[in-house]
Write a protein that binds this ligand. Structure first.
Ligand SMILES: NC(=O)c1ccc[n+]([C@@H]2O[C@H](COP(=O)([O-])OP(=O)(O)OC[C@H]3O[C@@H](n4cnc5c(N)ncnc54)[C@H](OP(=O)(O)O)[C@@H]3O)[C@@H](O)[C@H]2O)c1
Length: 445
């Protein structure tokens, strides 16, 4: 029987507090995500990690390549597998990519050496995740892959931990930002698939070779991982059915739109046919469908089941920052959770106080004034606002009711809260104003 190992980070005493010893990381892959992670580690003092994270070793293909981060202080390894098994690391972070080859060899080497692994590699987990999970379990170490599905959207942990009390019936979503950008933008701009794909590439949403995205393969990797978790299913990527957006035309999108549908690349796993059916295909969604409103390069995941009902998570599904934040969340999980504060950061990290909002903070406001229907009343309201330096963006006055009171709704231009407080005080002095003025802040888009 495998024996669960002690937590990776040990407890040490520092300044009268029990704190966790620094967690030493080996990072293989210094591309978009790897450099994003190193940038995040450099400003860890502003994060809410349970303890300190230190990079000890790094590996990539080329040592001399120009990178946006300084790596000179870290031990360099030509071979990622050697880094993975190094005595000097507590955990191995795999950010190279690829389902086979160096990524698989290095992850296996780390697990064999009893090191926990954090990876963003969806292809590796979709195609070899079950075997790797078995190896990790045998060795009593963690294999974590939050960033492998939907980038910065924390869906893997939500499914695995927070929603483990839900009997899931369906997990679905928009899991490829490039495909969603394509279908959204083609319809909005009236441009062809090829034109919008070229734009996606120039904006950095799509790779130079976008095949993995537009063929549906990338979404298939992600939904296979989610389905295996949601249904406790034996992950078999060869059974995932897939069709991409490469065949969708502008005319398809326009015709569906006229009939009240949005066409989007939807990935889903459902409990059906005595097992789990997992597929990716363009689907038509009624305008009112929760996934129909998710536009541009966002990712969204919807989990349905009993007794929960449904929960939908939406956010940035890719990019160095969002993806690195998901990797960091997994790294934080490697610290011993037993000494972690229920609010996240350790007590000696508490550095900020609750304070009141500034009265000078700018916002637009919605005002509802009840006004006696008499001549000059509305002019008095405008004057009171002008005296308080609050300018009106929109104004609507309704007919007077049986008591001869008419409601007036005002939307102001952005102004300070102190200005609104002043305006409301002036309004309260006017004979024509009945009742206190209702003030509601307008949330900026
Ligand atoms: N980019 C995203 O938004 C995103 C989102 C979610 C998940 N992911 C996943 O995160 C992983 C990394 O993605 P990325 O966008 O950062 O990729 P990337 O920019 O292409 O970087 C890949 C890194 O791996 C290194 N590498 C490649 N082959 C190697 C080998 N044989 N030996 C050692 N190092 C090797 C490269 O070295 P050189 O720098 O020397 O070439 C590079 O540093 C992938 O699994 C990807 O699917 C990415």
């Amino acid at each position: 029987m495998p024996v669960r190992k002690a937590p990776v980070a040990s407890i040490i005493e520092q300044g009268g507090h029990c704190v966790l010893a620094p967690l030493k990381l080996g990072i293989a892959g210094l591309g978009h995500v790897g450099c994003g992670l190193i940038e995040l580690i450099e400003r860890q003092a502003r994060l809410r990690l349970p303890g300190e994270v230190q990079v000890t070793g790094v590996s990539a293909r080329s040592r001399s390549r120009n990178r946006p981060v300084e790596i000179g202080n870290y031990e360099w390894f030509d071979d990622a597998g050697e880094l993975a098994a190094s005595e000097n690391i507590d955990a191995f972070i795999e950010l190279m990519g690829g389902s086979d080859g160096p990524a698989k060899i290095a992850v296996e080497a780390a697990l064999e050496a009893g090191k926990p692994v954090v990876t963003a590699n969806k292809a590796l987990i979709a195609e070899h995740g079950q075997a790797l999970a078995d190896l990790a379990e045998r060795k009593g170490v963690d294999l974590l892959f939050e960033a492998a599905v939907a980038g910065g959207v924390p869906v893997v942990r939500a499914l695995r931990d927070s929603l483990c009390g839900v009997e899931v019936s369906r997990v679905s979503g928009i899991l490829n930002g490039t495909c969603n950008f394509l279908t959204t933008e083609m319809l909005a701009s009236g441009r062809s698939y090829d034109e919008v794909l070229a734009q996606a590439q120039s904006l950095g949403y799509a790779e130079a070779d976008p095949t993995l995205d537009v063929s549906g393969m990338d979404a298939a990797h992600k939904v296979a991982i989610l389905s295996a978790m949601a249904f406790s299913a034996d992950l078999d990527f060869s059974k995932v059915e897939l069709e991409g957006v490469d065949g969708v035309t502008l005319l398809d999108l326009r015709l569906a739109d006229r009939l009240g549908y949005r066409i989007k690349l939807i990935a889903e796993g459902v409990a059906a046919n005595g097992g789990v059916v997992c597929r990716v295909a363009p689907m038509a969604l009624e305008f009112g469908h929760p996934l129909a409103q998710v536009n541009g390069s966002l990712n969204t995941v919807r989990i349905e089941g009993e007794p929960l009902g449904a929960v939908t998570l939406t956010g940035p599904g890719a990019g160095p920052g969002p993806t690195a934040s998901a990797v960091m969340g997994d790294i934080a999980k490697l610290f011993n959770p037993g000494v972690r504060s229920a609010f996240g950061g350790a007590k000696h990290h508490l550095s900020r106080k609750f304070v009141g909002a500034r009265k000078s903070e700018q916002a637009a406001f919605f005002l509802h004034v009840r006004l006696s229907d008499r001549s000059g009343a509305l002019a008095g309201v405008s004057e009171a606002l002008a005296e308080a330096n609050v300018s009106i963006d929109k104004l609507l006055q309704d007919s007077a009711d049986a008591e001869n009171v008419s409601p007036v709704a005002i939307v102001t231009h952005p102004c300070a809260r102190s200005g609104i407080d002043d305006a409301v005080a002036r309004l309260s002095q006017l004979d024509a104003v009945v009742d206190a003025t209702r003030v509601i802040r307008i949330e900026a888009n």
